[in-house]
Design a protein around this ligand. Structure first.
Ligand code: N01
Length: 514
């Protein structure tokens, strides 16, 4: 690959939900863009996370692109919460429908990028070896795309099968008759455990921190509700964009303490039945799990609800009533090492035929940090972000002209319906590039001052909540040595959009155009 001869307008890194739409949008503007994608197919997170049971926990009809009313009307979602295969099929359909594949290079990883000040453009290095140049570099690298391994030694010595939920192979893997261990009880672990339990001879779940999980209540979509949504899609999309988290909901109008206990319980139960209530969970665990000690071990106690991502599950707690399913509480008996035959905790060795690692991600900054990015004067982004990410609006970094991040750190990203946040960023970036061209400018760069103010604002909004009290990936706390910083912006997607639009309307306030 050698794009030196004819520089592109934009290089987009990643062919997930963001990269696909950014490519489409720029092409519609008549720009020459190319997507570089490490995987052998499109889909990003939905390409990699093919573990059994993988499913989105945002309703399908809201977790879909809004930019094409025809696409919205044509595509038929089958379930309330779409399975991984269904989301991937949808994204492959989008790539096909809009002819995107001809401008996507698959199986190629961007390893480095440097800004050439004289030419005002980015040169990108790839693996397999290649170079490509473009005026703009857009990182559509995903928030949860760099998997994290457990920090215990000896994985290379283990002789059984190793699976990672975040890098699941394309072929079906059967666990029939095997002794399987799952490490990790976040959203991925909680989804995969009930499915593996149906196949395995023995399943051992290694849990370090119990999580809050609620029944998803997934079901086939009713044709009448699909037709209803399709009829009011425009208004719904508008409401999504103006909402707090990209999913419109009615704010509460009464305090729980203003009503009788019976009325309160009925309201809680209705919420539980809808699958969107965040209380009652410990009581429900006790009612579901027959063994009292096991129920207690599964009950979260160490962080306030909501400060780590709450999970939606299908039969998770009931899985532990099966005789062949065991829980190992790693708080009581920590993992020490992998052995050739399995894993050893402080108590004993567990022999396992297969180990499933559901141990999470180096979230929000991991995929950006994996690229050696050099801005003005050869400065490394890794150095600029040594104490945590610093940017303006979660979109642009001082000292790194013409570089944009889609749903980067310090934007609402993971605290929202990603589809809504992605579309907003893609459209803002496209409009910004168009405005530059219209003004006859070659570069745009965030000012240090605007960046400083934004970093401070994001931290201040996060600090008035309970989020910083949890050892979560929102805080970077799951990766040893990662600075403890609240990574997403909690101002709400509607308010955030208003701020971004204002910046644009005021001639890109806080940016230097040259
Ligand atoms: O990762 P996680 P995930 N030894 O970081 C444990 C999205 N998602 O892949 O909590 C032992 O949440 C770790 O323990 P602890 C969603 O946003 C969405 O499950 O750090 N255990 C934890 O239990 C989600 O939040 C969907 O103490 C170790 C688990 O591994 C995000 O992705 C589905 C360990 C990691 O949980 C990430 O979810 C799936 C060690 N050394 C994912 N290291 C849906 O849409 C880590 N752990 C439904």
């Amino acid at each position: 690959m050698d794009g030196k001869a004819e520089p592109l307008d934009a290089i987009i890194v990643g062919a997930g939900i963001s990269g696909l739409y950014q490519l489409h949008r720029l092409r519609e503007m008549g720009m020459r863009a190319r997507v570089i994608e490490a995987a052998d197919g499109v889909g990003g997170t939905w390409y990699w996370n093919r573990y059994p049971g993988a499913r989105c926990d945002i309703p399908s009809m809201s977790y879909s692109y809004s930019f094409s009313p025809e696409l919205e009307q044509d595509w038929e979602w089958t379930e309330k919460y779409p399975s991984q295969p269904e989301v991937l099929r949808y994204l492959e359909h989008v790539a096909d429908r809009f002819g995107l594949l001809r401008d996507i290079t698959l199986g190629t990883r961007v390893t480095a990028a440097r800004f050439d000040e004289a030419a005002a453009r980015w040169t990108v290095t790839t693996d397999p070896a290649g170079e490509l140049a473009a005026r703009f570099l857009i990182l559509a690298t995903g928030c949860l795309s760099v998997p994290k391994l457990p920090e215990i030694p000896g994985l290379d010595r283990y002789r059984g099968r190793v699976h990672r939920t975040a890098r699941w192979g394309a072929g079906e893997e059967s666990f029939d008759g095997l002794r399987v261990g799952v490490i990790g009880t976040g959203s991925s672990g909680i989804q995969v455990i009930p499915v593996i339990a149906r196949q395995a001879a023995e399943l051992t779940v290694f849990q370090r921190t119990p999580n809050f999980s609620m029944p998803a209540g997934n079901r086939p979509l009713d044709p009448a509700e699909v037709a209803g949504m399709k009829a009011r899609y425009r208004q719904w999309r508008q409401a999504q964009r103006a909402s707090g988290f990209g999913m419109p909901s009615d704010p509460p109008t009464r305090s729980a303490l203003d009503v009788s206990p019976a009325e309160r319980d009925a309201a809680y139960q209705a919420g539980w039945d809808r699958g969107d209530l965040t209380s009652l969970i410990r009581a429900k665990i006790r009612a579901t799990v027959h063994d009292r000690d096991l129920a207690e071990a599964l009950s979260p106690r160490t962080f306030p609800i909501g400060t780590k991502r709450p999970c939606l599950d299908t039969g998770y707690y009931a899985t532990f009533n099966q005789a062949h399913v065991r829980l190992v509480d790693l708080r009581a008996t920590p993992l020490a090492e992998f052995t050739p035959a399995g894993v050893r905790t402080s108590e004993r060795e567990h022999e396992l035929d297969a180990i499933v690692l559901a141990t999470g991600f180096d979230a929000l900054t991991g995929a950006i940090a994996a690229i050696d990015i050099r801005g003005q004067g050869g400065a490394a982004l890794a150095d600029a972000w040594r104490d945590g990410p610093r940017n303006y609006l979660g979109l642009a970094v001082a000292g790194f002209p013409n570089l944009f991040t889609i749903t980067g750190p310090l934007s609402p990203s993971v605290l929202s319906n990603m589809m809504v946040s992605i579309e907003q960023h893609v459209e803002w970036i496209a409009d910004c590039i168009a405005a530059l061209a219209a003004a006859g400018r070659r570069t745009i760069e965030a000012t240090e001052r605007a960046q400083e103010n934004w970093v401070r604002h994001v931290a201040m909004v996060g600090a008035v909540t309970l989020f910083p009290t949890a050892d979560s990936w929102y805080m970077g706390a799951n990766v040893p040595g990662k600075p403890r910083v609240f990574l997403p912006y909690l101002g709400g997607v509607g308010e955030y959009r208003r701020k971004c639009d204002q910046v644009a309307a005021q001639g890109y306030r806080g940016f230097t155009l040259a």
